[in-house]
Design a protein around this ligand. Structure first.
Ligand SMILES: [Zn+2]
Length: 70
């Protein structure tokens, strides 16, 4: 699987990988409380939702389903 590669590409700002779309799972509860500073947010892959959510470094819980294992 090249999910990590695609995710890395996405996080570098190249835009979504061609031919593939990710579900946008939104922001973590903590990220929502903070002013939007995109550079401090990290995209995290949730295998259960098959999408990406954004949170602060160190956060690992998907805001949609609570999965903590990526
Ligand atoms: Zn999830």
């Amino acid at each position: 699987m090249a999910v990590e590669d695609d995710l890395a590409k996405l996080l570098r700002g190249d835009g979504p990988p061609s031919g593939r779309t990710f579900k946008d799972l939104g922001l973590s509860a903590l990220a929502k409380r903070l002013p939007r500073v995109p550079n401090t947010l990290y995209g995290k892959w949730c295998s259960r939702c098959r999408g990406i959510w954004f949170g602060l470094v160190g956060e690992c819980e998907c805001p949609k389903c609570g999965n903590r294992h990526g």
